[in-house]
Design a binder for this molecule. Structure first.
Ligand SMILES: C[S@@+](CC[C@H](N)C(=O)[O-])C[C@H]1O[C@@H](n2cnc3c(N)ncnc32)[C@H](O)[C@@H]1O
Length: 286
């Protein structure tokens, strides 16, 4: 769907009275199927996050995990259950997950990962050591109780000016030796459904245009590039233990040609073409 039409649709749907109730009803009648590519990617991203942790000599085994922004399809908690986590808190600003999306995820994972025997023993969220906190209230998490705070494709939805405060609030929940593992998708998410635009199309918009589009779509998305997160982590009291970046070749070429707005027009194609990052962060000693 054309990206402009996507903005229009979300602007209208976001303002329909009882829109959430209507979506719930639709889900009950027609079900809610996950996007197979997105779920396969999610499992792959979890593998990448795990291997980055393992490179630091760490594993999820026996740990308490807080997932920020679990979304609709709980693939990460379901796959993490096999790692012997002590407890996993799924959390979200809004309760997106329900029994229908849980079951759809479970069915998908069982079909695509037949060797994951633990999935056969799961029927509902109570079958894994997990709780769902949505709407998320950080006060529900005890200080120094979490070994790993993780997220996938969430940080890019948090307004840049809120990022430092957001991290500072999470910091006190980390246990001694606790770490954060965040996977960020830096691409223009409107491109997912409109392949006619580049993956950095939104960097051609002025700041003002971006703010207007966010307002219309009721979205807090930022356009921070990989390297722009680093000073924010530092200001929030974290040091970067590892950063893995995935560069997108076609975007590298596109970045040389596109008429980008400031500050992106002053960035290098190398900086602009990193479309995925995995950061592992540790709190700085006080
Ligand atoms: C693109 S979805 C990603 C969902 C899931 N992590 C995945 O990989 O499929 C972004 C999620 O982050 C949540 N989110 C956005 N801002 C948040 C915040 N400040 N606190 C908690 N969750 C947030 C949204 O509600 C949404 O569920």
């Amino acid at each position: 769907m054309d990206w402009r039409l996507q903005i229009l649709t979300r602007t209208i749907l976001g303002r329909i009275p009882f829109g959430n109730r209507f979506r719930e009803l639709k889900r009950h009648v027609f079900g809610y199927r996950p996007d197979p590519d997105n779920l396969l990617n999610t499992v792959e991203n979890l593998k990448q996050m795990k291997s980055e942790l393992e490179a630091l000599g760490r594993t999820f085994h026996g740990s308490s995990v807080l997932e920020i922004g679990s979304g609709w399809f709980p693939a990460i908690p379901l796959m993490l259950a096999a790692e012997g986590v002590k407890h996993i808190y799924l959390s979200d600003q809004t309760a997106h997950m329900d029994q229908i999306t849980f079951k759809a995820t479970l069915d998908f994972l069982r079909k695509n990962f037949p060797d994951a025997a633990h999935l056969q023993r799961i029927n509902c969220l109570d079958d894994i050591p997990a709780s769902y906190l949505a709407p998320f209230n950080i006060d529900k998490i005890a200080n120094k109780s979490i070994d790993y705070i993780i997220s996938r494709t969430v940080l890019e939805h948090i307004p840049a000016e809120q990022m430092i405060g957001f991290f500072q609030a999470l910091r006190s929940r980390l246990a001694p030796n606790g770490l954060m593992v965040h996977m960020v998708d830096h691409s223009d998410h409107l491109e997912f459904n409109d392949k006619s635009i580049s993956r950095i199309n939104f960097l051609t918009w002025s700041r003002r245009q971006h703010a207007w589009i966010n307002l219309l779509m009721k979205e807090g998305g930022n356009r921070l590039r990989h390297h722009e997160y680093l000073p924010l982590f530092k200001l929030a009291g974290f040091r970067v233990l590892s950063e893995k970046t995935f560069m997108h070749e076609a975007t590298y070429e596109m970045a040389k040609k596109l008429k980008l707005s400031a500050p992106y027009s002053g960035m290098t194609p190398e900086q602009l073409s990193v479309l995925t990052s995995i950061y592992i962060l540790a709190p700085e000693e006080k």
